[in-house]
Design a protein around this ligand. Structure first.
Ligand SMILES: O=P(O)(O)OC[C@@H](O)[C@@H](O)c1c[nH]c2ccccc12
Length: 259
């Protein structure tokens, strides 16, 4: 079984247990549920160069990246650095994150936050909203067109922006619904872990201009960003490059100064 299949199999179990223990009604009682969200897509569109900085403790490809820093310090540091938003991994078994991380980041900041999760059920979208996210990720490789349409319209009804992640032309073509705000091209193949910025470059011309184009993974230099900008990218999702340092917020600030 490839890693994506392993993750979704685990997710299916996790979500069905949670749905029983905490029905959606209990999520709606959250005070954060009533919070006004802020748009990540707008933040990226209006920034000269829109960086989304990620909190990621570990990953299946790298094992431990950073398990020393506190999520609130990372969140505050990223916001001070002036990035457009933050991505918080909430998957526990494979990435060492949690919904608590999302909640802590939310309480510490007011910039847009993306819930980075393997979403396979609408329940996780309500959860994202209840824990203070402004945007969700949908991964085309694990959803069919009907699910993408349905999940993105549920998100929009909750005032959440949608970042749809693709890795090839077929995934892109099945996913172009008006309820999607941003298209993210993942430069990392989640099945093989190979990273190539060429993936973003070659898919860019197939993304209609109404979607904010985001390039994800493997970005570590200003040169990378300049090259991708030429292809119309307005958002750049950066994880490891910041998280592998002792002070991710300070690293993001250094990076922003060079832009
Ligand atoms: O750490 P990197 O190479 O800068 O990548 C960040 C982000 O793009 C990556 O974590 C990611 C992209 N899509 C995902 C889907 C699930 C989990 C993680 C991801």
């Amino acid at each position: 079984m490839n890693i994506l299949d392993q993750i979704t199999a685990q997710k299916t179990k996790e979500v069905s247990a949670k749905k029983e223990a905490f029905p959606i009604k209990s999520l709606e009682l959250s005070t954060l549920f009533e919070r006004e969200t802020v748009s990540l897509a707008t933040a990226l569109r209006t920034a000269p160069i829109g960086i989304i900085a990620e909190h990621k403790r570990r990953s299946p490809s790298k094992s431990v990246i950073n398990d020393k820093v506190l999520v609130q310090d990372v969140a505050v540091g990223y916001e001070k650095a002036g990035v457009s938003g933050m991505s918080v991994l909430t998957d526990t078994p494979f990435f060492g994150g949690s919904l608590d991380d999302l909640l802590v980041a939310r309480k510490a900041t007011s910039f847009p936050i993306l819930r980075k999760e393997f979403i396979i059920d609408p329940y996780q979208i309500y959860e994202a909203k209840a824990y203070g996210a402004d945007a969700i990720l949908l991964i085309a490789a694990i959803l069919d067109a009907h699910e993408i349409k349905l999940f993105s319209s549920i998100a929009k009804n909750l005032q959440l922006d949608v970042l749809l992640e693709v890795h090839n032309q077929e995934e892109l073509e099945k996913s172009l619904f008006p309820t999607i705000d941003m298209i993210g091209v993942n430069n990392r193949n989640l099945k093989t872990f190979e990273v190539s910025l060429e993936t973003s470059k070659s898919l860019s011309k197939l993304i209609p201009s109404e979607f904010v184009k985001v390039s994800e993974s493997g970005i570590s230099s200003i040169e990378n960003i300049k090259a991708l900008k030429e292809y119309g990218f307005q958002g750049f999702l950066i994880g490891e490059n910041f998280m592998k340092t002792e002070n991710p917020g300070a690293s993001a600030l250094q990076f922003m100064k060079q832009l």
